[in-house]
Unconditional design. Structure first.
Length: 137
């Protein structure tokens, strides 16, 4: 669970500090990695952004990371309505540049489930779950 979810705020200390470093030091935050709950295998990379009417967002580094990891990558804009999400706009950015799709929250959930449909989990038939959930101390 992220600090934002845990405490209701997003701490920008690292981001602010990083901006004071040498101008050649760049980074992006990786927004989401969809993965198999059983074997923990990554399935897709997602760049998430609140939908404020923008038509694009830079995905160059995300696409390069997706290519290197052999994972599909998507740009996902989500529209907020009150305290909830009312709509998603999704576009595949790797390995193909797809057409933008608009989805309801229910359709988006189905789409997330579909990311798992081609995955052959090595633990699925055994009934086992990945046991390497050790925390780094």
């Amino acid at each position: 669970m992220s600090m934002e979810e845990r405490y209701g705020t997003r701490d920008l200390t690292y981001s602010s500090w990083h901006r004071t470093l040498h101008p050649s030091l760049h980074y992006i935050d990786l927004d989401a990695v969809e993965y198999c709950a059983r074997c923990k295998e990554p399935l897709a990379l997602l760049e998430l952004a609140q939908d404020v009417g923008q038509t694009s967002k830079t995905t160059t580094v995300l696409r390069k990371l997706a290519r290197r990891s052999n994972l599909p990558a998507y740009l996902v804009f989500w529209k907020k309505e009150g305290d909830s999400i009312s709509q998603f706009r999704i576009r595949q950015v790797w390995p193909n540049w797809g057409e933008e799709q608009t989805m309801s929250p229910e359709e988006y959930e189905g789409w997330l489930l579909s990311l798992r449909s081609g995955h052959r989990c090595p633990l699925a038939s055994s009934g086992r779950w990945h046991d390497d959930d050790r925390r780094v101390s």
